[in-house]
Design a protein around this ligand. Structure first.
Ligand SMILES: Cc1cn([C@H]2C[C@H](O)[C@@H](COP(=O)(O)OP(=O)(O)O[C@H]3O[C@@H](C)C(=O)[C@@H](O)[C@H]3O)O2)c(=O)[nH]c1=O
Length: 184
């Protein structure tokens, strides 16, 4: 496997080696020892999958508060997304900044998003299936959101706000400036 730094040094793009043959390919999407060697030492405790049927589906921006803050290792099994991570660590020099990375069934790259970041994505193809590992279990009482379309974030979403397909919950999150000091 190899990792590539992004504009936010703690967010990594991960590529694992694929073995091609006449049947197709084989790759290890996660290997604890290899990832630890590359600096990803989180113990992942839950695997998630979501299917978004329509192009322009936006999920996010989501995070969980401590002690249930989650690091995430995200990949796309089918389709294509623009994946977004926003730094919410108040003491960080890159607080409020984001990384945008395209993940697809074709490029098979993954993104590692540490705890202390909000995460979300927009689907670029129908029937897109996203799988991700998280380092803390789901806790609805610690689950929080950040407005995906907050202009202060400057995220280059590939869908117009009026066309985005969102959950009811994701239309109601506060903007960054209104997030309480309850962050990280
Ligand atoms: C996230 C999650 C949801 N659920 C349930 C709650 C709810 O009834 C249903 C759908 O939940 P949501 O609307 O929050 O699903 P979704 O909008 O897909 O939420 C996910 O978005 C991406 C961007 C992330 O980064 C994830 O961490 C997660 O927040 O699934 C669980 O049982 N376990 C979980 O870990």
């Amino acid at each position: 496997m190899e990792t590539e730094a992004t504009a936010l040094p703690d967010v990594l793009i991960v590529r694992t080696k694929a073995f091609q043959d006449s049947r197709g390919f084989f790759t290890e999407t996660y290997n604890q020892a290899a990832f630890a060697k590359a600096g990803i030492t989180e113990a992942f405790v839950q695997d998630n999958v979501s299917l978004s049927t329509q192009v322009g589906t936006v999920r996010g921006l989501h995070f969980q508060l401590p002690p249930f803050a989650q690091a995430k290792l995200v990949r796309v099994v089918r389709g294509r997304i623009l994946d977004i991570a926003v730094d919410l660590r108040r003491a960080s020099p890159t607080f409020g900044q984001h990384v945008a990375v395209e993940l697809s069934e074709t490029n098979r790259q993954q993104i590692f998003v540490p705890a202390g970041f909000a995460h979300g994505f927009c689907t670029l193809e129908p029937n897109t299936e996203v799988q991700y590992k998280v380092s803390a279990s789901y806790s609805p009482t610690h689950d929080r959101g950040l407005a995906w379309d907050d202009p202060a974030l400057g995220i280059p979403w590939p869908v117009a706000p009026e066309r985005a397909i969102l959950s009811d919950k994701d239309t109601k999150h506060p903007r960054l400036a209104a997030l309480a000091a309850e962050l990280f």
